[in-house]
Design a binder for this molecule. Sequence first.
Ligand code: GLU
Length: 183
Amino acid sequence: MCGIVGAVSQRNIVPVLVDGLYSLEYRGYDSAGIAVLNAQQQIERIRRSGKVQMLDQGVVDSGLTGKIGIAHTRWATHGAPSEKNAHPHMVGDRIVLVHNGIIENYVHLRNSLLSEVQLSSETDSEIIAALIWQEVVKHNKTLLQAVQAVVKVLEGAYAIAVLDAQQPGIMVAARCGSPITIG
Ligand code: GLU
């Protein structure tokens, strides 16, 4: 079972995200990742196969900072345990997403997207990010409107947290079947 963490603050939230991942280690995982919007409102992402400690080292080495971000420990269900398949998933340098759960109808959704979006992982989760990207870019929706539209076509269990680099300061989370806590 994976874990997801998100944080928004007036201060740097990277230590909060990394501490959150350490707290979720007991659930079991095969890889970990973190993404923030930096001071230029660009997505910066670090992913590692293996332990949170390796991700933590990457975070320290890179000097990653941001006031809004999401992080994830993955338990692979669709696609091998690898850095390429680790979350967060990014689409179009704009949408970045973490997902806990399984999207049952992902093959159908993936086929409908292949001619429209360049996918870079084997996961069901990236499909959610790509669908949200389509809604914000092609249909000019807010992030909230995009997530509300996309969850209507998802079948399965999920908890997600998502950011849009062009709508900074906003994080949208949604759940169905998988738990999520907001505080
Ligand atoms: N199904 C997703 C994947 O394989 C999420 C797995 C999880 O909950 O960690 O990447």
